[in-house]
Design a protein around this ligand. Sequence first.
Ligand code: PLP
Length: 411
Amino acid sequence: MTTLDLNWQSDALDPTLGFFEETLAIRGGYHRTDEGEHGEAIFTTSSYVYKSAKDAADHFDGTKKGNVYSRHTNPTVRAFERRLALLEGGERCVATASGMGAILTMCLAYLKAGDHLLCAKQLFGSSVALFDTYFRSFGVEVSYVDCFDNDAWQNAIQDNTKILYCESPSNPLAQIADLRFLANLAHDNGAMLIVDNCFATPAIQKPLELGADVVIHSASKYIDGQGRVLGGALVGSNELMEKAFTVIRTGGISLSPFNAWVLLKGLETLSIRMKAHCDNANRVAEFLSSHPNVQKVHFSGLPTHPSHELAKSQHTHLDVQGGAFGAIIGFEVADKDKAWHVIDSTQVISITNNLGDAKSTITHPASTTHFRMTPEQRVQAGVNDGLIRLSVGLENVNDIINDLKRGLDEL
Ligand SMILES: *Cc1c(COP(=O)(O)O)cnc(C)c1O
C-alpha cells in the first residue's frame, strides 16, 4: 500500500547523502507509488477517498495528514513543489496556477491595510498593475525605486515597510539588484526581501542563499522551458510557506496536476538548458555589441555593464564559459522604424512577447509590453523607441546571429 507522506521536506533520495543539484532536479521530490512507475504519475483527481467515516473526520480535523481535495494538495503538484524547494534551497515550496498567482499570493499572505510594499521600478508589468490597481485600493502603500540604487531603497524605507520586492536580472534592461544589501536592509527594518527569480532560475542564482526570505517564480518561463503551460511558485521557510499555502487553497490559486507534471519534467533539464541558453546569449551579446548599427546592448554579461561584477557575485551556480548572466538581452537601434525592420527581417526568431523558451523570441517593448506607459514613463524606465528585447533560445547560435544580422546590416 502506498503511504501518503505530507512531510514537505521529504525527498525520494536520502538528503543526508548530499546529492548534486543536477541529480536532485531529476530524482528529487518524487515518491514512486506501488505500481513501480519510472516516469512520474499525473494524479488527475479532484478529490480523495477515505476508508471510513472516522478516517474522513480524522483528515478534516488534522489528526491524519493526507489529501482532501486538489485545491489543497495533489501528489503531482507536491512532487513539483518538493523538487523546486530542493533546487532553491528552501524548506518548502508552494505552487500556484501562474506567476501572477504567486505574486497575488505574496500580497494576500504577507500584507494588510496600512502596510508599505517597497518595489523595484523594473518589474513585470502585471505586477505593477496588481499592486497599483488593487492593493493600493485595499489600503496598502506602494512605492517604487530603481532596483540598482541602494541609496534609493534605503531612503524609501518607512516604519510600516513590510516587503522589499524586486526582480534580478530585470526585464528588459538586465538591471541587477544587490540582493545581499537588500536582504540586510529589509531585516534591519523588520521587513522581508522577496525576489522574483524568473530570469535567473535556481540553476544560476539562489536568492535564499543571498538572504532573501521568499523566492517567487513564474514557472511558465524557463522552468517549463518550452512555452507549454502556466505555473508559478513561492519558496521559503515552513512558516512563510504555510501562510502562502492557506491563501492558495482558500483562494483557489492552485496549480493543475497536468501543469505540475510538465513543470516537474521541465526541472529535470533546467540546468543543462540554462547552460545552453547562457552560452548562446553570451555569443549573441558579443555579436550585437560589435555591430555598427547597434547603439547599445543591455546585458549584465558585458564587462561594460554597470552591474557586471555584482551579477557575477550573485550568479554563482552555473559553470558557463564567460559567466552565466541569463539569456534576456535588450539592444538599441536608432529608432522605432529601424527596430521594426530588424524584427520583421527575422525568420527563425518568433515575434512574441513570451520569453524563456527553447525558441528565441523578439519584441519591441515600446509598442507592446510597455505600450500602456506614457512616453515619459517609458523614458524613465529606459525603454526608448529603438529598444528591442531578445530572449535567446536554444537554436544553433549561428542561426540566431544570422537572423539578427540580416536586418541589422540593412539599416
Ligand atoms: C511572466 C512573468 C511573470 C508572470 O508570470 P505568469 O506565469 O505569466 O503569470 C512574473 N514575473 C516575471 C519576471 C515574468 O517574466
